[in-house]
Design a protein. Structure first.
Length: 133
């Protein structure tokens, strides 16, 4: 599912919903997804190769990545800034590089009266091997 809404700037756009469901991706290049996204969902997807900053998202409200298999997840494959909710649930990582999740920074911090709290959840992750230094 892919919907776009053009913003006034010719070089930037907003993707309201982007989903990868029940699919296989051989390679995801650097900055393959480089825009603002309201909702990003990956479910039951196999990814063989993912580059540094493949998902370089300036602003994202909700990310749900579940039941996916990543052959190799390199450092900062996912770069999310200004995010509300990021969930990695029941994923398999065949090879996980150091700092693989270090690109997920700058959560949106709401005020407690607005009941807006950002959260990052890593649930039931299986890692076959990891790089060590």
């Amino acid at each position: 599912q892919f919907r776009t809404i053009l913003l006034p700037s010719k070089s930037m756009f907003l993707i309201s919903e982007l989903g990868f469901v029940n699919t296989s991706l051989t390679s995801v290049s650097e900055k393959a997804v480089a825009s603002a996204i309201t909702s990003l969902k990956m479910s039951r997807t196999n990814i063989s190769s993912i580059s540094v900053q493949a998902f370089s998202v300036a602003s994202v409200a909700k990310v749900d990545i579940n039941h996916c298999t990543f052959k190799t997840l390199v450092s900062k494959s996912f770069v999310f800034k200004s995010w509300n909710e990021v969930i990695f649930d029941s994923n398999l990582f065949m090879f996980l590089e150091e700092d693989a999740f270090m690109g997920i920074t700058e959560p949106i911090s709401g005020n407690l009266l607005d009941n807006m709290r950002s959260f990052l959840k890593l649930i039931k992750m299986k890692i076959e091997s990891e790089q060590s230094f």
